[in-house]
Design a protein around this ligand. Sequence first.
Ligand SMILES: Nc1ncnc2c1ncn2[C@@H]1O[C@H](COP(=O)(O)OP(=O)(O)O)[C@@H](O)[C@H]1O
Ligand SMILES: [Mg+2]
Length: 320
Amino acid sequence: MIEINKLKKYYGKELVIDEVSLSVKAGEIFAIVGHSGAGKSTLLRCINALEDYQNGSLKVFGKEISQVAKNARELRNLRKDIGMIFQHFALMSRKNVFENVAMPLQIHGFKKDEIDKRVKELLEMVGLEQKAKSYPNELSGGQKQRVAIARALALKPKILLSDEATSALDPNTTKNILELIKKINKELGISVVLVTHEMEVVKEIASKAVLLDHGHIIGSGEIHELFLKPNAKMQEFLGENDFLPQTGVNIKLFFPKEVAQHSVITSMARALNIDFNIVWGKIEKLNDIALGNLVINVAEKDKEKVLDFIQKSGVLWEVA
Ligand SMILES: Nc1ncnc2c1ncn2[C@@H]1O[C@H](COP(=O)(O)OP(=O)(O)O)[C@@H](O)[C@H]1O
Ligand SMILES: [Mg+2]
C-alpha cells in the first residue's frame, strides 16, 4: 500500500531523509520512531505530498507521489484517501465541533443532508455526539484530538497518518486515544502510519516499526522482535545499557510468553547453588502480549554453567 525505496530528501544542502526504504501493508499499524529531529515528520509528510523528495521512490497505492503531486486532480484524490492528525490538533478555533468535522465534506461538495448524516456518524464514533456545538477552547486535549480524528476520517480515507498525535496528552488520555485509533484500524480497516518519539505508544498499538536516526533507518521489524531482541542501536534508544555493571558477566534473558519467567531464575539459583545479581528487569506489554526482559550479572567462573542451564530452560539469552 505504501512502498518506499531508497528515499532521499534534502532541505537545501541538508540531507534529512537518507536512503529510507520501508513498506506498509494494508491494515497495518506502522510506527516511525525516533528522537526529535530524526526526520519522522518529514518522512510522514512525503507520504501525502506535503513535502517533495529528490531521490528514490515513494509509491502509495502503486502511484509515484512525485508524479501525483504534479496533477491537481490526482493530488486531490490522494489527499482524500489519506487522513492526517497532528500533535496540536490543528482545529479551526472559530468553528464549532460540527463545523470542524464538516469542513472536508464541504470542500468536496457534499450536500447538506449528506454532511449532517456523516458528521453525526463520525461524532458518534469518536464519542462526542454531545459536543457538536462546542468550540475547541471548550474541550479537553483528548476531546480536541477526537474532533481531529473525526475530521480526518470524514472523507473515508484508506490511510491515517498520525504525527505525534498523543504527545501533548497525559498518559491516561493517550491510552484512550490509542484505543480509538486501534478501533478505527480494526473496525474500519484503515491502515495507520504513526510517528512518535514515545516507545510506550509504539508498544501499545503498532504491529511493525522502524527506528529512524538522523534520517536513516537503524532498526526495523515486528514489534515483539524489536523489543524482545533489540539490536545495539535499539538498546541505545531504549537506554537499556546505561546501568550494566563493569565486572562479571551480564546476561540478558528474553522470556517468550510461553516460558514462566519466575521459576526459571529461582530454580537456577537452587540447582546450580550460585549467587547472581539481578541488574534490571521489566515486563513489556506489546499489543496485549506480555514479554519479559531480565539482565542478570554472574561471576565469570559461573558463566558456562549458567548459560548451559538457561539454554536448556528455553529462555532466549545473549551476553550483554
Ligand atoms: N521546513 C524545513 N526547512 C528546513 N529544515 C527543516 C524543515 N523541517 C524540518 N527541517 C529539518 O529536518 C530535520 C528533520 O526534521 P523533522 O522531520 O521535523 O524531525 P522529527 O519529526 O523527527 O522531529 C531536522 O534537522 C529539521 O531541523
Ligand atoms: Mg516531528
